[in-house]
Design a protein around this ligand. Structure first.
Ligand code: NAP
Ligand code: F7E
Length: 325
């Protein structure tokens, strides 16, 4: 039985990846930081399933604590390591740049050092991001596109991305980075724009909320479904040769288009409920992200199954179901 260690287990991707690996018969070690409130909502279903919980081990750990990361790798000797932990909110990274850098950049360095010293035979996945393309107007963006990060979050991810390539080349380690474009789901954090919209629409529909404040509606993103994207992560670590891959749908849409699909599906009038709040604009916006997933398709055989409209509708439906339950 293979053992996979996942940092960021309580996050959106950590939870989908745990589902996938448990379904494939892995033993999963999920690393969770201590929080003052319980933060395991996204993995509670694993605890409630006697078959899954047998192979699941939730352990405390923190990307800021080298000793702890070393101890976890010594104790669990993983075959695969998925580094998903992050302060992942771009807007918030402008407010907490040092904390973001500590977790995303230095945290990755700490984990890589533990990995190369303790279990260098393992395979390592790094959660890189399309935000690294930032200010580069070239599109669609591929593995060859120059990185021009435009936020503290993206700068920290770029450091971690470069470091992973450097460790792969310097020490011959099996490290692959997935340059993932935005991916969403009913488990998406409530302050990211897609979930903010679907949650608000469901609450408005149920009479629990009377307005939705948003920032820049013109930004364009390449949005896919998180459940599809964790499959690409796993596929990367099944390759003989490690490499970097763009994971995207190859379609881009504005925030306004997402809003329109959701409000139409909900039977709501945008003009009646949606207001623009200048405070939600960013100090520096990334105007357009559009990925070219050709390499992932050709080398991994990966393709997205869920498309833009279907994604928006399934997220709204899930939020509505959550309220009428
Ligand atoms: P997420 O929902 O924000 O999850 C982040 C996870 O990291 C949470 O489990 C969080 O724990 C954990 N974490 C934060 N600080 C930590 C620390 N100091 N030590 C240990 N764990 C810590 O993010 P996601 O959407 O699942 O994304 C997963 C990864 O992919 C992230 O690295 C993100 O930057 C990257 N990424 C995401 C996207 C996307 O569109 N979703 C696209 C490209 C790349 P708490 O639950 O305690 O906060
Ligand atoms: O913003 C605009 C905002 O916060 C998308 C992270 O997972 O994907 C994510 O980063 C767009 C931006 O995601 C609001 O200005 C308008 O243009 O949902 P978001 P993000 O910044 O693209 C990348 C790939 C990651 O790696 C990150 O970890 O929507 N927008 N109005 C808004 N955004 C938010 N959050 N809230 C608004 O009210």
């Amino acid at each position: 039985m293979k053992t996979a260690l996942i940092t960021g287990i309580t996050g959106q991707d950590g939870s989908y990846l745990a589902d996938l690996l448990l379904s494939k018969g892995y033993k999963v070690v999920g690393v969770k930081r201590r929080t003052s409130l319980i933060s395991t909502d996204r993995i509670d279903h694993v605890f409630n399933d006697p078959d899954l919980i047998m192979n699941f081990n939730l352990v405390y750990g923190n990307m800021n604590d080298s000793g702890c990361l070393h101890r976890l790798l010594i104790e669990h000797q993983p075959d695969e390591i998925y580094n998903l932990a992050a302060q992942s909110h771009v807007r918030v990274s402008f407010d907490t740049p040092e904390e973001t850098t500590e977790i995303v950049a230095m945290g990755t360095l700490r984990l890589l050092e533990a990995y190369r010293n303790i279990c260098p035979e393992a395979k390592f996945y790094q959660a890189s991001s399309s935000e690294m393309f930032g200010d580069n107007p070239e599109n669609p963006q591929s593995e060859a596109t120059r990185l021009m990060p435009a936020s503290p979050y993206a700068c920290a991810k770029t450091y971690a991305h470069n470091l992973c390539r450097n460790y792969r080349e310097s020490y011959g380690l099996h490290i692959s980075s997935g340059i993932l474009f935005n991916h969403e789901s009913p488990r998406r954090g409530e302050t990211f724009v897609t979930r903010k919209i679907t949650r608000a629409a469901a609450r408005i529909k149920m009479g629990l909320q009377d307005s939705l404040y948003l920032g820049n509606l013109d930004a364009k993103r390449d949005w896919g479904f998180a459940g599809d994207y964790v499959e690409a992560m796993w596929m990367m670590l099944q390759q003989e040769v490690p490499d970097d891959y763009v994971v995207a749908t190859g379609e881009t849409h504005t925030v306004k288009e997402f809003l329109e699909v959701v409000f139409k599906h909900a039977g709501l009038d945008i003009d009646e409920y949606v207001k623009i709040d200048e405070r939600l604009f960013r100090p520096h916006e990334v105007p357009l992200l559009l990925g070219d997933p050709t390499k992932a398709k050709e080398k991994l055989g990966w393709e997205p199954k869920t498309r833009f409209e279907g994604l928006a509708k399934l997220m709204y439906d899930a939020d509505l179901r959550g309220l009428v339950r």
